[in-house]
Write a protein that binds this ligand. Structure first.
Ligand code: FE2
Ligand code: FE2
Length: 169
């Protein structure tokens, strides 16, 4: 069994993303716990929580990448889609009364998350941090929850488009 905990070796060094990764690891731990228990409703609840955490997190990262004009967005998004598909397929099977793949899902997603975080998300984190450094005086205002909008704002708090400037991007 792979390690179900977030550790510093998973860090992307982008606080809101790291916080969401911790949440996903916790949701995976919750599913693993539910799998070893006797109640099917617990598994359903844990899968719903996991699916919501994963979907929200992916949408958040993709919004950040889009806002920053990240060049590898499509490649990164394809990786998200592959993992999300696995979660959705399992949720469908569970709806039909088949919860037998829960342990495999936990194993797969834990491995996927460690791998994706340490390569793709780290590349994204470096790009986002660099964007911030290049713009310097700007603040990258991104909600920690996916529902919140992401804006580039200047020091007066006014929205702006980073590509509309010539500040060394
Ligand atoms: Fe990602
Ligand atoms: Fe991520």
């Amino acid at each position: 069994m792979r390690c179900l905990k977030w550790s510093r070796s998973d860090a992307v060094w982008f606080t809101e993303i790291d916080d969401e990764h911790k949440e996903i690891f916790e949701a995976l731990g919750g599913l693993q716990k539910a799998v070893s228990g006797p109640d099917a409703p617990d598994i359903r609840k844990a899968v719903e929580h996991l699916a919501a955490s994963v979907a929200g997190h992916f949408a958040h990262e993709e919004r950040l990448m889009r806002a920053a004009r990240y060049p590898s967005l499509a490649w990164h998004k394809r990786q998200h889609q592959a993992a999300q598909k696995r979660v959705e397929l399992f949720a469908q099977r569970l709806e039909q009364g088949d919860g037998s793949g829960a342990a495999e899902l936990v194993e797969y997603l834990t491995g996927w998350l460690h791998g994706h975080t340490r390569v793709a998300d780290r590349m994204m984190g470096a790009f986002l941090r660099n964007r911030l450094r290049c713009i310097g005086k700007l603040t990258f205002r991104a909600g920690t929850k996916p529902a919140n909008a992401i804006d580039w704002v200047d020091t007066r708090g006014e929205n702006m488009d980073p590509l509309a400037t010539t500040t060394g991007l």
